[in-house]
Design a protein around this ligand. Structure first.
Ligand SMILES: *[C@@H]1O[C@H](CO)[C@@H](O)[C@H](O)[C@H]1NC(C)=O
Length: 378
């Protein structure tokens, strides 16, 4: 069954809020994490904060077209009528690897965010969750019943790997946690995810259910992308995203729809005794190297064999979050752009103990299907 059908209906108040947000031409302030109405004092105030050089007028038009930053800002704010339903996505690129920045995702507390790669941007934040939150998610997952994971680990995607073979691509158990408006813990985490990624909360609310996964010793997930790789076949870009359709079957991916996961936020819910690292074998490597590795080491995605080397490696640690972009931002439309093959990643073998993680995918709409609502927006 398609996952969207199990969601709780929105309350009237929330529905009015959604209508309000989608019809008033509000824009998202990435610095202050707020919506504002273009002509309001509030927006002028936000603009003062975000545009200290005065590049933009209050309609967010570029005053100095020759200045690149001005063009960038104007592109960010230019929500022409056809794009008004959805705010532009954000895309933050670090200047360097291991760059630290202070972020505020919980009032009165500062977290340090460390960049692990530039392409795709990958970031790590320790203590993003509390111990209680980690334990709560694990308990909720256990209560809802864990089942064997599919090949690509996407609930709206192909179960392409045979489970009968000795070594399947993914050995793990999983379940889905639906975003229930009464669940204060999960909603508080999603508020934080919005601040972390500086993506509108609306997008997160209209995204897939949270996937909780556990791996026992020997468990792993070989290198894969979380999203449909449109690089391989540009025609795929013509398809609507799966979260905009009623495509029912995993087999529909690639014919009826494509998976559109702009950002992945991966939460580590426990400490693993040994192993279970997350690896990004292609992050920050030039395309030329990727062609080389694909011919010279065709099984490079086998993370039981190739966990380490020059890959970006993240060790699991309770309360930690990492997040990265699976897509670029489309410079013209401000919406989801090309998929990033360098976002290929997976989970190395758990050597000792159990590993628990949660995946939060932020789905967004492509420019050619911007008017199709998300099925999660019920
Ligand atoms: C991955 O590598 C391991 C260790 O060398 C091997 O046992 C396994 O069969 C390989 N899996 C695949 C899918 O190639």
């Amino acid at each position: 069954m398609f996952v969207g059908s199990q969601r709780h209906p929105l309350s009237i108040a929330k529905m009015l809020m959604v209508i309000f947000l989608t019809t008033c031409g509000l824009v998202w302030s990435h610095q202050v994490n707020q919506y504002c109405e273009r002509d309001s004092d509030h927006c002028s105030e936000l603009l003062r904060l975000e545009d200290p050089h005065g590049y933009l007028d209050k309609h967010f038009k570029c005053k100095y077209p020759e200045v690149a930053e001005c063009q960038q800002m104007a592109a960010f704010y230019d929500t022409g009528p056809e794009y008004q339903r959805y705010e532009h996505v954000t895309y933050f690129e670090p200047d360097d690897v291991d760059e630290e920045s202070d972020i505020i995702v919980v009032p009165g507390k500062t977290h340090t965010m460390i960049s692990k790669a530039i392409y795709p941007p990958i970031y790590e934040v320790e203590d993003f969750l509390t111990d209680e939150e980690c334990d709560y998610i694990i308990e909720r997952a256990k209560a809802s019943g864990m089942t064997q994971s599919g090949g690509l680990g996407v609930n709206i995607n192909v179960e392409s790997q045979s489970k009968t073979s000795e070594d399947v691509s993914r050995i793990s158990q999983q379940t889905l946690l639906y975003i229930n408006e009464n669940d204060k813990v999960v909603n508080s985490i999603l508020d934080r995810v919005s601040k972390l990624t500086r993506m509108p909360r609306k997008y997160i609310q209209e995204s897939e259910a949270i996937q909780v996964v556990s791996y026992e010793a020997g468990g792993h997930y070989h290198g894969h992308m979380d999203t449909t790789d449109t690089d391989l076949d540009e025609d795929l870009e013509e398809l609507p995203c799966c979260h905009q359709t009623q495509c029912q079957s995993d087999l529909d991916v690639g014919s009826c729809c494509r998976v559109c996961r702009y950002i992945t936020v991966l939460l580590y819910l426990n400490d693993v005794d040994e192993g279970g690292e997350t690896a990004f074998p292609l992050a920050d490597f030039p395309d030329k190297y990727i062609q080389e590795i694909a011919t010279e080491t065709p099984d490079f995605t086998n993370l039981s064999k190739h966990c380490g080397g020059d890959s970006v490696i993240v060790k699991p640690k309770k309360r930690k979050a990492i997040w990265w972009y699976n897509h670029e931002k489309d410079a013209d439309t401000g919406l989801i752009g090309a998929s990033i093959p360098h976002s290929l990643h997976g989970g190395c073998d758990v050597k000792k103990g159990t590993k628990w993680v949660a995946n939060i995918w932020i789905n967004v709409l492509p420019y050619n299907h911007w008017d199709k609502p998300s099925v999660f927006n019920v």
